[in-house]
Design a protein around this ligand. Structure first.
Ligand SMILES: Cc1ncc(COP(=O)(O)O)c(C=O)c1O
Length: 434
């Protein structure tokens, strides 16, 4: 839930990465996203040590949709991690960051011809195909460029992970991928194998996000392996790669109980080895964690601008951010934990933390246990590293906050705070119509 470097001193001041939250707020303004380098590195190492135990060694492709910037891409590259991108914009970020493009997986249920062309021109590691239409577009684009596109097929294995419906993707009836039912997946394999400019490298299935149970990950790998064994028997086709996606849950509140990542990965590896047919090489296992790398590394610092008690109602605390920098509570009732900087963790009261945006639904935390809050206090919301900045907007024409990386007292701005000029950068004035 907290970054690994989180600490409170005797005056209850909160520190992350050796920096006092108050100093960060005063230097960079609020709201402010802060990312803890040590937490991200610890998570990467945890996954990597399990991947290193696999034979062949497994590979990780961080899911850029959780949080991506040029600096993040640089950080991943330095740690020899791959990147999963889902749009031309994410691809462009990687290109501009000088990312090793062979270490990229290109996802998405809609990829334009231009995006596919850019991906193939930059020799991305894999393009994950989501539909028959996309297979033809990929083949056609690869033909024009005279290359063979390395393809994974995205399958939906019919595994329903217990998570919010908006972030569940493994069920048959999904907008993503080829359902593993009624021969839909078989047809996709036939098409992929028949198109001359495609190289079918393997299969992918991502079953959802914020999953706590360990079993769905293992069943997912098992289901794909069963299918691969059938393909081997029936067509003599054996893939190189098995990509089990991301979705590893994290702790946002004390009741969240994330899965044991090492156990999941080693169990998956063991099943994959055991289910590899005689005479075939075990496929390389790929994973795509996003949230598990950055969520708990991130905090958002807000300043309290108003408090009010509604008789017979709730005690509100209004802060200077909200749904523009964190849409998740409004989008799918995501829960968060918060603390007041400089106040003890005792005599806690129930507050509702409201955002500044002109929507009644702009409630960041509906039931927060906080020390008595006053105007001017800094409120720290934990676990905001994933899908916060990435999903942020300029609703109400509010500029996006800065993102600052902290490590052992050092600070690096990863993304500058937007200005009012930035907000108007694409606007043209009214010139009339005549
Ligand atoms: C294909 C794919 N891979 C990886 C992820 C990352 O999921 P998470 O951030 O929960 O690990 C997602 C999330 O939607 C996804 O769709």
């Amino acid at each position: 839930m907290f970054p690994v470097t989180y600490r409170r001193d005797e005056q209850n001041r909160i520190f992350i990465g050796g920096a006092a939250v108050k100093d960060l707020a005063e230097s960079y303004g609020t709201p402010l996203y802060v990312l803890d380098y040590a937490t991200m590195l610890q998570r990467i190492r945890q996954f990597q040590s399990a991947l290193d135990e696999m034979a062949p060694q497994g590979r990780a492709f961080y899911a850029g949709k959780a949080f991506l910037s040029k600096a993040m891409a640089g950080f991943l590259n330095e740690n020899h991690w791959g990147l999963d991108v889902v749009s031309g914009g994410e691809l462009y970020t990687a290109i501009q960051a000088g990312f090793d493009m062979g270490n990229i997986v290109f996802h998405g249920n809609v990829k334009t011809a231009e995006e596919i062309e850019t991906a193939l021109c930059h020799h991305v590691g894999y393009v994950v195909a989501d539909s028959l239409d996309e297979l033809s577009l990929l083949n056609e684009t690869a033909r024009k460029l005279d290359v063979r596109a390395p393809v994974l097929l995205r399958l939906t294995p019919g595994i329903e992970a217990h998570t919010h419906a908006f972030i569940r993707t493994g069920q048959f009836d999904s907008k993503f991928g080829f359902a593993m039912q009624d021969g839909i997946h078989d047809e996709a394999v036939s098409v992929a194998l028949s198109l001359p400019y495609l190289q079918l490298k393997g299969f992918h299935a991502h079953i959802g996000s914020q999953i706590f149970d360990e079993d769905p990950f293992i069943h997912n790998a098992q289901r794909l392996m069963e299918f691969m064994a059938e393909l081997w028997e029936q067509r003599g086709f054996w893939p190189e790669v098995l990509d089990i996606g991301g979705g590893f849950g994290v702790q946002y509140t004390p009741t969240d109980d994330p899965p044991d990542i090492t156990r999941v990965l080693l169990e998956v590896n063991q099943r994959v080895q055991a289910m590899t047919p005689r005479g075939c090489h075990s496929p390389e296992i790929l994973i795509e964690p996003g949230r598990a790398i950055v969520a708990e590394a991130g905090i958002t610092v807000y300043q309290v601008h108003a408090t009010k008690v509604v008789p017979g109602g709730r005690h509100y605390v209004a802060v200077d951010g909200g749904m523009g920098d964190n849409i998740r509570p409004a989008l799918y009732q995501a829960a968060y934990t918060a603390q007041v900087d400089g106040k003890p963790l005792e005599r806690l009261n129930a507050y509702t933390v409201a955002g500044r945006y002109c929507e009644s639904g702009d409630i960041l935390i509906s039931q927060a246990s906080l020390a008595p809050v006053e105007v001017g206090d800094y409120l720290v919301v934990f676990g905001t590293g994933a899908y916060n900045y990435a999903m942020s907007s300029n609703y109400n024409r509010v500029p996006r906050p800065a993102v600052v990386l902290v490590s052992e007292g050092q600070q690096r701005v990863w993304v500058k705070r937007e200005t009012y000029q930035d907000l108007l950068a694409q606007d043209l004035p009214w010139h009339g119509l005549a």
